[in-house]
Design a binder for this molecule. Structure first.
Ligand SMILES: [Zn+2]
Ligand SMILES: [Zn+2]
Length: 179
């Protein structure tokens, strides 16, 4: 009984694919207009949690969550954000897809539109809604590993026959190798 449970778990784990949930259209769009009229120093925390999000057409994450603290400053609204999620990547060793967890944090200032001297290129729109999706994507992209590896002990592919050595042992590997 326990063996069969274990077996099911393995199957489910290796076949895991993101659940086809309906993606929220603007997952990181928030209404910050009310903070514009608050005294300097006022802040508000927003939290985000989604089974899956698409931050841009080519950037999708599962198990997404994060927080954004928005603070009223003399120049505008300061965003201090922390985001994390899982990215579907291809392992450079075994070429299998796997879920890589990544996280990023950043601080960006959204300036009042009337300030000509604004150092930031981000402005608070007339409707008081800001969308953090592209910022989050840009910062999370920086955290994406250059050489993604599914797990530190990944054995990769056989140099001779190309089988995935995490799943099987081929004749080339079975031979004892003296090091
Ligand atoms: Zn691998
Ligand atoms: Zn082989």
């Amino acid at each position: 009984m326990s063996e069969s449970l274990c077996y099911n778990f393995r199957i489910r784990y290796y076949n895991y694919k993101p659940v086809p949930v309906t993606l929220p259209r603007y997952p990181l769009r928030i209404n910050v207009g009310f903070l514009v009229h608050q005294p300097i120093g006022t802040s508000h925390d927003f939290t985000f949690e989604f089974p899956a999000v698409q931050l841009s057409p080519d950037f999708e994450l599962t198990q997404f969550n994060g927080t954004a603290r928005i603070s009223r400053t003399p120049q505008g609204l300061l965003v201090e954000a922390d985001f994390s999620g899982n990215l579907l990547l291809e392992c450079v060793r075994c070429l299998d897809e796997y879920h890589q967890s990544i996280s990023a944090n950043f601080a960006e200032l959204f300036s009042f539109r009337y300030r000509r001297d604004a150092e930031s290129e981000l402005f608070i729109p007339e409707d008081g809604h800001i969308d953090l999706a592209l910022l989050a994507r840009d910062y999370l992209l920086l955290e994406q590993p250059i050489k993604p590896i599914c797990r530190p002990e990944c054995k990769g592919l056989c140099f001779y026959c190309g089988v995935n050595l995490n799943e099987t042992v081929c004749e080339h590997q079975a031979q004892p190798v003296e090091e």
